[in-house]
Design a protein around this ligand. Structure first.
Ligand SMILES: Cc1cc2nc3c(=O)[nH]c(=O)nc-3n(C[C@H](O)[C@H](O)[C@H](O)COP(=O)(O)O)c2cc1C
Ligand code: SF4
Length: 669
């Protein structure tokens, strides 16, 4: 069996020589400024190159203005990109890794919002029911696109990249032409496989013709669209065979999914509701079909043990890990460094990366708040190191509290953390009890391990009473979390709701009765994950919300998969209805627009997912500085809690340099 050490020895993949088999695949960061790689990109990728990876693939570089979904993506169609990419090449080479440039046209999902001209697609079919209708490309536009790919290839080669990746996957434009689900054309580019593959061929030919003959080329494909009427593995093996027979590629990068507002898009960046390695059969099938080509596997590989297993069983030659590198830039280096602190593994929550990607914001990470702000955090850490050392008390052992305590300890402060509960973890400990949210438990374990590794004095089952607060602390961080409102929800008509608190429904799902109504005022994945938990117990679940959308805070990269898991199991949802009372065991719902009432029958219990309220904290003796963080400051998610906690811990000392460095972290991402 391939051990992680063998995974980490030099390898040749076609004409590409790498120091190991581990790859950072393309991931759009939204860090670009004016369409160019920014200083933030340099710091971000330098950290990952120094972290030991063999190859980094740039985020999708847009080959044409019609592919610019957002202003903060990278424009491969702009000559100025050469200089900024060359700087990135130097940064990555400086860290010992190689850099490939991904050339991309996203096609119809560009939406046209950024440039106010329609997005281009194979056919006039929007990617989701709420998306703009794209323009079905003319043959002149197709020719313009092919030229744009070639011109972009010339630019990235001039910048000195080590390889070029052509994106024929993920439901982007070339796949939109290839797939019968998205190509309804009746010209030379539609209909038969030969016709649907024509654009990909023209692009490949133009790009290979434009690149120096020695430049390694990676072809990224979706081996399965997981879509009715779309491309499956068998068809993709045939299509790929037609390409590799005629053109030289060095690596086949075997991904999956289409950009369609169904479960398909939610497989691309599969979240924690999937098990690890859910798509390993795809690279394995490609390796069997193309044994002479290097195959790059990707998708919830999660860690280097899994990566080694993929190589060991012959499924892949190279293995890509995107989110694990977002979470831990030193993924490879930590493996071989006995002094490395406890690892931070990606928990596949999709909150900081995919969630912010969807909002057009710079990516971040729940388990690594330093993503995209590497220089600013380094400056704060340096300032904190030189500041006076304090006695710091952290009250609360959830995400924000453990982050604050660890950060303060890493800056040299003497830190005590008190937690009233018998265990660390706060709100995440409850979330992790839901099968769909289980990997939050891993985050709790990792936070706890870091806290202890850094020598924090952790006291469980201890409340911060007046006596404790008077023990001579210099600084107190309150990370005391939030709680559901103490007042029960009052029915305006009939009897009281048969309400069960969320925590009881999670911990004793058997006690909810046969038909549970979840009233969702929260919009996160909690309602869907709780529904799944109750369905496992044989309950019927009706989700009610007064909003026009279901689970409105869950990214499109997760929501369709979560809904698919509930389908056909006794789950239903009622939108735009507010609960107003009970009549016997029927719950009265009122349409907020018309005022009309209707009812849901045979309700055994109701769980209200309501906005939580910050827990108050006791006063501290005068002269002691305090900070409130996470839910105790304003109830939000683990993403904000981790960021704020780390900031508070490093900024505990009020020295001028620390304050300035901390201020530089606010409002930057
Ligand atoms: C924030 C984010 C942005 C992404 N952007 C791109 C992209 O620009 N091009 C691309 O081919 N894949 C993109 N991906 C997909 C990744 O390359 C990868 O296939 C996916 O994250 C699954 O791998 P993982 O489980 O190791 O994260 C993106 C993924 C994430 C998380
Ligand atoms: S935000 Fe969540 S899914 Fe994204 S990289 Fe971080 S831990 Fe992984």
């Amino acid at each position: 069996m391939t051990t992680p050490d063998e995974l980490l020895t030099p390898v040749r993949a076609g004409r590409l020589e790498l120091r190991n088999r581990v790859v950072v695949p393309a991931h759009t960061t939204n860090f670009a400024v004016d369409g160019l790689f920014s200083d933030r990109h340099l710091a971000y990728h330098r950290a990952r190159a120094e972290g030991g990876v063999g190859l980094i693939i740039t985020e999708g570089m847009r080959v044409h203005p019609t592919s610019l979904g957002r202003a903060n993506t990278v424009s491969a169609f702009d000559d100025r990109v050469v200089g900024s990419l060359a700087e990135l090449v130097r940064a990555v080479h400086g860290g010992g890794a190689k850099l490939a440039a991904q050339l991309l046209h996203v096609g119809r999902q560009a939406g046209g919002h950024n440039v106010l001209t329609a997005a281009w697609g194979a056919s006039a079919l929007p990617w989701s029911s709420t998306a703009a209708i794209p323009h079905s490309m003319t043959t002149d536009e197709i020719a313009e696109l092919v030229d744009a790919f070639a011109a972009a290839a010339v630019r990235v080669a001039a910048a000195g990249v080590d390889a070029v990746e052509l994106h024929l996957g993920h439901g982007h434009l070339l796949q939109q032409f290839l797939s019968p689900a998205t190509n309804h054309r009746d010209d030379a580019y539609g209909g038969s496989l030969t016709n649907r593959l024509r654009l990909a061929r023209e692009v490949v030919e133009a790009v290979l013709g434009a690149l120096p003959g020695t430049m390694p080329v990676i072809l990224r494909v979706s081996a399965d669209e997981f879509l009715d009427g779309g491309l499956d593995l068998e068809q993709m093996l045939v299509a790929t065979e037609l390409l590799v027979r005629d053109y030289r590629f060095d690596v086949l990068h075997v991904s999956h999914s289409a950009y369609v507002g169904t479960g398909s898009v939610a497989t691309q960046i599969a979240d924690m509701s999937f098990p690890a390695l859910p798509f390993r059969h795809l690279p394995r099938a490609f390796k069997a079909a193309f044994p002479d080509l290097a195959v790059l596997a990707v998708g919830r590989v999660d860690d280097l043990d899994n990566a080694a297993a993929l190589v060991a069983d012959g499924s892949a030659d190279l293995v890509a890990l995107a989110r694990p590198h977002i979470a831990l830039p030193t993924l490879v280096a930590s493996r071989t460094d006995p002094a490395a602190p406890p690892a931070r593994e990606c928990i596949a929550c999709n909150q900081g990366c995919a969630g912010r990607l969807e909002l057009g914001l710079g990516i971040s990470c729940v388990v690594n708040p330093e993503v995209g702000l590497e220089r600013e955090w380094a400056a704060l850490r340096e300032a904190a190191r030189h500041a006076p050392k304090l006695r710091v008390l952290v009250v609360g052992g959830g995400t924000a509290g453990m982050e604050a305590a660890s950060a303060a300890a890493s800056a040299g402060h003497r830190v005590t953390l008190v937690e009233a509960a018998p265990e660390l973890g706060g709100a995440l400990r409850l979330a992790a009890k839901l099968p769909m949210r289980g990997r939050f438990g891993l985050f709790v374990e990792q936070l706890a391990a870091t806290t202890r590794h850094l020598g924090v004095d952790v006291r469980l089952g201890v409340r911060a009473d007046a006596a404790l607060l008077a023990e001579g602390w210099d600084h107190v961080v309150f990370a005391t979390g939030a709680a559901a409102p103490a007042e029960p929800v009052r029915a305006t008509s009939g009897s009281a709701y048969p309400e069960i608190p969320v925590d009881r429904a999670v911990e004793e799902p058997g006690g909810t009765g046969r038909h549970v109504v979840l009233v969702d005022e929260d919009g996160t994945a909690t309602a869907l994950a709780l529904a799944d938990h109750l369905l496992h117990e044989g309950r019927r679940v009706t989700l009610v919300t007064d909003r026009a959308a279901l689970s409105w805070r869950v990214p499109v990269y997760s929501k369709p998969a979560l809904l698919d898991r509930l389908r056909g199991r006794g789950f239903s949802a009622v939108l735009l209805r507010a609960p107003t009372g009970m009549a016997g065991d029927s719950m009265i719902l009122t349409d907020p627009l018309s005022g009309r009432a209707e009812q849901v029958d045979q309700v055994s219990s109701v769980v209200f997912l309501r906005p939580r309220e910050a827990n108050a904290h006791p006063p501290v003796p005068s002269g002691v500085s305090t900070t409130s963080v996470g839910d105790a400051y304003a109830p939000r998610t683990a993403l904000e809690a981790a960021f704020e906690g780390r900031l508070a811990g490093l900024a505990a000392a009020r020295a001028v340099g620390v304050r300035a460095a901390a201020a530089a972290l606010r409002g930057r991402l």
